[in-house]
Design a binder for this molecule. Structure first.
Ligand code: ATP
Ligand code: MG
Length: 417
């Protein structure tokens, strides 16, 4: 028990961290190139924020949140997603009073009490972006193209972009009725969650993951036949913008976000390569969300991208990762004077930007050399009394198995090459 991590959580061990650093740096670069600024918000928020910002009728709020009372009797919830906290921070800092739009990106852990399986964890990590302050489809196109560029740059080919419009509360009222009419004769056959959704949130039935409901949903009316003029024009603008940017997409009316705050654009990047949890990135427009959380009527658009699913997909499809960085040198010493010189030399070399280390296990010389070899150090810098006297160390190239004498003064430059 004590040596098992809680169910649904995963350590990211040093063996994997270079992959995480790689995708994190790539994401950051892509966002900075697009003029987004990083934002970090707390791991926990007032529970009410997510009830409002994610929606009372969602699976997240109904059954997935980690909620507890703190010692001051406040209801607190661990962040299940990234958008609501970012909206809260935007409102609290009155960023809306500055020149718009506001463009944020983030990299955060999220917490959802779900059934753990491949690509579904209780603690997972998301990249996300948001653009606040404009309802122009240019913003939607930028958000989608940022995700597309990021994913392509990682060498991922097996992803499909699926887009849809979920309309607005006006056009959805009629659509929801049409959906209820369609599902009503099949109500008894739906899964329990969907029986519940039928009244509260019938659009959610469309993205149910149970095979039976999914099959049935394929024949359901399409929201695209119910869009009002404004939403219909916006969807045309979106498609034109994506065409102009050269991004390929598939129009898929089953991509839905069941909440009233979500409007117009909905999109997902999906794959068949990693099993049932195939949505790597999901996003869309939420013109009524900010108003729901604060009292500012400000539109927004963004996405969340699951980092574990991204890495799963990259591993599964053989995408390449950079080699983990190796250490430049291990300083190997023989005798007390050499050891003292080694302590000084290690700091000196590090101050010049080199990655070097001493053996802190107090092994004998042979042991130190073996250690350097095993751990993949590029060079061994060998120092004993003779080397101290001559002012030159023995430098052993562990990759090419060659050796030469190098003066201490020239060492940093030599290793740097
Ligand atoms: P799903 O339909 O797979 O449950 P979702 O609609 O709940 O996804 P979002 O809330 O849109 O997902 O989150 C954005 C992204 O975060 C998802 O596309 C996915 O890549 C990732 N994600 C969501 N939940 C989990 C989880 N429990 N474990 C790992 N990744 C997740
Ligand atoms: Mg989910």
């Amino acid at each position: 028990m004590l040596t098992n991590a809680p169910r649904g959580t995963k350590d990211i061990l040093p063996q994997e961290i270079s992959k995480w650093n790689y995708v994190e740096n790539s994401f950051r670069n892509e966002c900075l190139k697009n003029g987004f600024s990083e934002i970090r918000t707390p791991i926990f928020e007032h529970t009410e924020l997510f009830k409002r910002g994610v929606g009372e009728t969602t699976d997240i709020v109904q059954k997935e949140m980690y909620t507890f009372e703190d010692h001051g009797n406040r209801s607190i919830t661990l962040k299940p997603e990234g958008t609501a906290p970012v909206v809260r921070a935007f409102l609290e800092s009155k960023q809306y009073a500055e020149t718009q739009p506001t463009k944020y990106f983030y990299n955060t852990s999220c917490y959802r009490y779900e059934k753990p399986q491949a690509g579904r964890l209780r603690e997972f990590h998301q990249f996300g972006v948001e653009i606040f302050g404009t309802d122009s489809m240019l913003a939607d196109v930028q958000v989608i193209s940022l995700a597309d560029d990021f994913l392509k740059k990682l060498g991922i080919k097996d992803l499909e972009l699926r887009i849809n419009s979920v309309g607005c509360p006006k056009c959805r009222a009629e659509y929801k009725e049409a959906l209820r009419d369609y599902f009503r004769p099949h109500l008894n056959g739906l899964c329990d969650t969907c029986k519940d959704r039928f009244e509260r949130n019938p659009m959610r039935i469309i993205d149910c993951k149970s095979p039976h409901d999914h099959e049935l949903a394929l024949g359901a009316p399409s929201i695209l036949d119910y869009l009002c003029e404004e939403c219909s024009e916006a969807f045309d603008d979106l498609k034109e913008g994506l065409d102009a940017s050269g991004i390929e997409y598939i129009v898929d009316p089953t991509i839905v976000r069941g909440l009233d705050y979500y409007t117009k654009t909905a999109f997902e990047f999906v794959t068949n390569e990693i099993g049932a949890q195939g949505t790597v990135c999901g996003g869309g427009r939420y013109d009524n969300l900010i108003k729901e959380i604060g009292d500012q009527d400000i539109p927004g658009v963004g996405f969340g991208l699951g980092i574990e699913r991204l890495l799963l997909l990259m591993e599964k499809t053989g995408a390449s990762f950079p080699e983990p960085e190796t250490m430049d040198a291990l300083i190997i010493t023989l005798g007390d004077d050499a050891k003292k010189h080694g302590i000084w030399l290690a700091r000196e070399l590090r101050s010049k930007g080199l990655k070097c280390d001493m053996d802190v296990m107090e092994r004998n010389m042979k042991g130190q050399l073996k250690y350097a070899d095993k751990k993949g150090y590029r060079y061994a810098v060998i120092i004993g009394d003779n080397e101290l006297a001559s002012g030159k160390c023995q430098l052993k190239d562990l990759k090419n198995s060659t050796q030469e004498d190098v003066s201490f003064d020239d060492l940093a430059e030599y290793l740097g090459k």
